[in-house]
Ligand binder design. Sequence first.
Ligand SMILES: [Zn+2]
Length: 442
Amino acid sequence: MSNILIRGVTVLTMESHDSVISDGIIAIAGDRIAAVGLHNAIPAGFVAGREIDGAGMVALPGLVNCHTHAAMTLLRSYADDLPLMKWLNEKIWPLEAKMQSEDFYWGTMLCCLEMIKSGTTTFADMYFEMNQVARAVEESGMRACLSRGMVGVGPGAGKAVDENIRLVEEWHGQAGGRITTMFGPHAPYTCPPEYLKKVIELAARYGVGIHIHVAETKDEVQQIQENYGTTPVRHLDAVGIFEVPTLAAHCVYLDKGDIEVLAEKKVGVAHCPESNMKLASGISPVEEMLKSGVMVGLGTDGASSNNNLDMMEESNNNLDMMEEMHCAALLQKVACGDPMAMPSFKTLQMATSGGARVLGLPDVGMLKTGMKADLILVDLRRPHLCPQHDIIAHLVYSAQSADVDTVIINGEIVMEGRRVLTIDEKKVMAEAQMCADRLVGK
Ligand SMILES: [Zn+2]
């Protein structure tokens, strides 16, 4: 790993709204940022093995996708616009039953390729066959927080826990520290309290967090109310889950009390606006959460997600965080009836430093000395990004994933000039297509 020096670049450090450096430098030594600033910030004696000309580009922290089910990219566009139960029974479940280890591997590789090309450097995944997912993360050069999706009822409940334990034991801290792990109980309505308590105990014992879907749909809220006489958030609090670091995906239906609990217990929320829109789930009260001090990050959700029992979500999204930022900002403005709601800096914060906090990664999400060198260069020399009154607004409202030119993760150049260096792009697409063809019996 040689030192890297980026010159002549505009830098958004994401420390505050006005921390924008024009004609700046970023010095990278090993896996960390050695210096950020004007030309004279280059540390004495710093020798760069590689220099990158950042003219016309803006450097910002790599985007953090806080909630995905990566391998489901293989089922993307296989079945759209169908009623949920027909979609599950006739299309998805028969296909999922046929999925083999290699499908999970190639599905995740395809997902990593798509994420790198759209500026994402870190993602939080909840799925199955996590060994294959971890392998793909290791090879692609990405940073990821992995959990095994567990449903607490039915014959697979115990096996799922065993597999999650194995994931934590074998992969936590691996791939040069790029992989961290969590436990992944699917949701309060698919995991009974006794099962959750066992998972909480394990998470505490291993010193890792919990990744779970929370208050995603009206149906869920109703079901939890009927079974436990309270809201999903308060139910989970009573079970004790928030005593360990928790990543709560969705959080669409919350009352004031729920938001207080999330803030007080320092729960991280993964806001997934596009998935919530596509499934007509509802609109998460993100502005209120942020005002109350809740930590919020952004997530795309799966390209097409469910599981063998009752994962009542399917969204067929792509995994493009640029698009997710556009949606997050616009949707809150509509929901609040206020054009000043969810301004661009707040939105970009959710996609970078906010996401890193939510995933418990203290040295990711900002460009400053000592932080991990996870950053992207976005090419501003495009008609849709001209003129440049406000670069942050451009990134949130106008930039497209194809504008991402260079991606550096953990001090390694993963993409340069839009060419991904860690993944054979053609091979991954061909293999993914072959897996998909085999699954549908072509
Ligand atoms: Zn999900």
